[in-house]
Design a protein around this ligand. Structure first.
Ligand code: ADP
Length: 590
């Protein structure tokens, strides 16, 4: 809905001035602030001048659009507006437009909306600006009042209007200067803040360096002292055992009690030192992950046997849920077992009655990585919400009656979490006091073995020497083979694991494989079958190297030869030479 306020004819030059005056007054009556009044007046006068200049006069109509806030103040300027330069495209404020068109583009910038209406005989520009938020809503009677006020206004002559425009210009310049000053002030403030931030960063760097140094010192101290402590403690435990065994004569009952105390204290101290040493080693990055293929069910079986002696309370059950069939992982079995052992031992310690339940499951994450999820759930004393974070910090224990009656160092959980991180996994807890706790260990089901240096290793294949791909994880054995073959016709390319071997195989087809069977749990047998199945490698000589006696199995999978460690250079070269006639034939064929 729109309410017409006023209409003006553009019959002579003066009317353009009148349109300007009226639009400014109207803008003021409708509640626009001073700057907006100037903007509207300038835009309307610019468009009106354009309409008038195009010939045949024209008209300016003012009206209000909308019934609810915010209403729109609309000005429609009608006239023969279609001279070149008034096409809609040329109103783009960013487009360079000379003369009047530039004025129109400026007018567009001053308003909220600017529209061109065209018909066969006339065109109109419609300029719109939203009334300020604080303006009231104008209905027909209000518009009537506005109109009456407008009629009482005395209009300035052209000179007066020019003076007024000059004042407006001066006002606008003042406003610009004020904003400029504000900007300069803001810039200064920003510079000061920047300087402050830079200084703070420098201080932070300084502190982080100090912290790092302190951390290094702590690590070195822990690692060195743990070693120093261990030796005498081992002696104390060994001596206590000697006394128990009465090697040097009988013990009285009292002496036996005292020796038992010595033994218990020494062992408790040894536990502490062991944990400290483990933590120091993990932190110093001196712990290697040794991934192997293993069945979770086997780990559960071993843990069951190991932890049974801790079950001295017949109101408490230790339940291992059956692991999903064929839940096989390729990660560090020892570390997974160490973490679970610690979680279960804790659960048994802090559960006076009920059960401790251990389970395992497999899940695929959003990132496509398959992970094993181990849960150790107990019906024990639980941990208060505010203590959940700190139990993973070194030496932190939650005080309470149960705590006072059990052995512990406060290092098990921090160590377990560090080990879990080392395996690429996480260790988390959820718990409720007097209800119980659940510790969740999540580890990728296949540990990513780093490909150390394969891409960067400088490697030039010597075409005159048949390449032998040695797949061997033991560095000493690798060195031996490399030494044995140094001055022979064969060139050795070594891989520490099957992944590396496969990478090499993308670069060349070996004349022979020397394949170690005991590759830290990796399936060398399946790899052997794969070589003999693949038409690209089927003809390659495969020599299995092992410490055990698995020759029949090796032969049935297609191995060409079998070498039992330790073997000499002669034996190795003799076996490898069997591939030479094949090679000669292959070259002869080509
Ligand atoms: P500790 O050698 O004392 O067991 P941990 O680091 O393994 O050291 O555990 C830290 C503390 O976390 C424990 O002393 C105990 O207060 C709390 N805690 C650990 N596991 C449980 C559990 N299953 N139930 C209740 N409290 C637990």
């Amino acid at each position: 809905m729109s309410l017409a306020i006023l209409s003006l004819r553009l019959a002579e030059e003066r009317d353009v001035l009148l349109a300007r005056q009226r639009s400014r007054s109207l803008a003021a009556l409708l509640g626009f602030e001073n700057q907006d009044q100037v903007r509207i007046a300038t835009a309307v006068s610019e468009v009106a001048r354009h309409a008038f200049g195009a010939g045949d006069g024209g008209a300016v109509e003012f009206f209000l659009e909308g019934r609810s806030a915010p209403q729109l103040f609309s000005v429609r300027v009608v006239g023969a507006l279609d001279e070149p330069g008034t096409q809609e495209g040329s109103l783009d404020p960013s487009a360079p437009a000379p003369g009047r068109a530039a004025g129109l583009a400026g007018a567009r910038r001053l308003m909220d909306a600017f529209e061109v209406e065209r018909s066969s005989h006339a065109s109109a520009f419609v300029l719109r600006k939203l009334l300020p938020a604080q303006s009231r809503v104008f209905a027909a009677p209000d518009v009537e009042l506005v109109r009456a006020q407008l009629m009482h206004e005395t209009l300035a002559d052209p000179i007066g209007e020019l003076q007024r425009q000059n004042q407006e210009l001066l006002g606008t310049l003042d406003e610009l200067r004020r904003r400029q000053a504000e900007l300069v002030e803001l810039n200064h403030e920003l510079e000061d803040t920047n300087r402050g931030v830079v200084a703070l960063y420098a201080e932070l760097d300084d502190r982080s360096m100090h912290l790092q140094r302190a951390d290094d010192l702590k690590r070195r101290f822990l690692s060195n002292m743990s070693h120093e402590f261990r030796t005498p403690l081992h002696s104390v435990v060994a001596l206590a055992r000697l006394l128990f065994e009465r090697v040097d004569g009988p013990l009285s009952a009292e002496q036996e009690k005292q020796v038992r105390y010595i033994d218990q204290s020494a062992r408790a101290l040894l536990d502490l030192v062991d944990d400290l040493l483990d933590i120091a080693k993990v932190e110093a990055g001196r712990v290697d992950v040794r991934p192997v293929e293993f069945d979770v069910a086997d780990v559960f079986g071993a843990l069951r046997g190991m932890l049974r002696p801790l079950l001295i309370n017949d109101r408490l059950q230790l339940v291992f849920e059956e692991a999903p069939a064929h839940l096989r992982l390729f990660t560090d079995e020892g570390k997974v077992s160490q973490i679970l052992r610690n979680l279960i031992a804790n659960a048994l310690k802090f559960t006076p009655s009920g059960e401790v339940r251990v389970s395992a499951a497999l899940a695929s994450g959003d990132d496509g990585v398959e992970r094993a999820i181990f849960r150790v759930t107990d019906t024990g004393i639980g941990i208060a919400r505010e203590d959940l974070g700190r139990i993973f910090e070194e030496f932190e224990q939650v005080d309470g009656p149960v705590q006072r009656g059990v052995r512990g160092t406060g290092l098990g959980l921090p160590l377990s979490r560090k080990l879990a991180t080392l395996l690429g996994g996480t260790l988390t807890v959820s718990s409720a006091v007097d209800i119980g706790s659940t510790f969740t260990l999540t580890v990728p089901s296949r540990f990513e073995v780093e490909d150390r240096g394969i891409e960067t290793a400088p490697f030039e294949l010597d075409d005159s020497r048949p390449p032998v791909l040695l797949v061997e994880d033991d560095p000493v054995d690798r060195l031996l083979v490399e030494k044995h073959l140094r001055s022979t016709p064969f060139q050795v390319v070594s891989a520490q694991n099957l992944r590396e071997a496969r990478r090499w195989m993308t670069r060349f087809v070996p004349s022979a494989f020397l394949l170690d069977v005991e590759l830290r749990g990796e399936d060398s047998w399946a790899f052997l079958a794969e070589i003999k199945r693949d038409p690209a490698t089927r003809h390659c000589l495969v020599i299995l190297v092992t410490r055990s006696d698995d020759e029949p199995k090796a032969r049935s999978l297609g191995a060409d030869a079998f070498l039992q460690k330790p073997f000499g250079a002669d034996e190795l070269v003799r076996e490898l030479s069997r591939c030479l006639p094949v090679l000669r034939n292959a070259h002869g064929d080509s």
